[in-house]
Design a protein around this ligand. Structure first.
Ligand code: FES
Length: 117
C-alpha cells in the first residue's frame, strides 16, 4: 500500500508525512512542518534523517545548504552538523540541532513528532 499525507504508518499518529521516498535521493534535503516546528529531512549515506530546520549559529535555513555524506552544511558560515544525530562536526555553530526519528514505510518518508499542537 502506498501511504499518502492522509495515512500514517503508526496507529497513534505520531509520524508526520515528509515526502515520497522517490523525491529524496542521497544528498537531497527537503523541509516539512510539524506543528509550529520546521524540520529538514535528508537522505544520508545509509538512511533518511531529520533535524530541526534552522541553524543554531545565526538562524539560517538549513534546507538551502548541502548534505555531503552525513554532514549537513549550513550555507551561511559553513557549520557542519551530523544529520544522524544533530551534533556539531565543525563550527562556527556550537549548539547541536534537535534530532527527530525518520523512517521509510511503503514508499514514503515519515518523521516522528510528538510535540504537535
Ligand atoms: S548561520 Fe549557520 S553557520 Fe552561521
Amino acid at each position: 500500500m502506498q501511504h499518502t499525507e492522509d495515512t500514517n504508518p503508526t496507529s497513534d499518529n505520531t509520524y508526520i508525512y515528509a515526502c515520497a521516498s522517490s523525491e529524496l535521493e542521497e544528498g537531497d534535503l527537503i523541509e516539512c512542518e510539524a506543528g509550529s516546528d520546521r524540520i529538514v529531512v535528508g537522505r544520508g549515506e545509509d538512511n533518511v534523517y531529520a533535524v530541526e530546520a534552522i541553524c543554531t549559529h545565526e538562524h539560517f535555513e538549513l534546507v538551502e545548504g548541502a548534505l555531503d555524506g552525513n554532514c549537513l552544511i549550513c550555507p551561511l558560515h559553513f557549520a557542519c552538523f551530523d544529520i544522524r544525530d544533530g551534533s556539531v562536526l565543525e563550527g562556527p555553530a556550537e549548539k547541536p540541532l534537535k534530532s527527530y526519528e525518520a523512517i521509510e514505510a511503503d514508499g514514503s518518508v515519515w518523521v516522528s513528532y510528538e510535540g504537535g499542537d
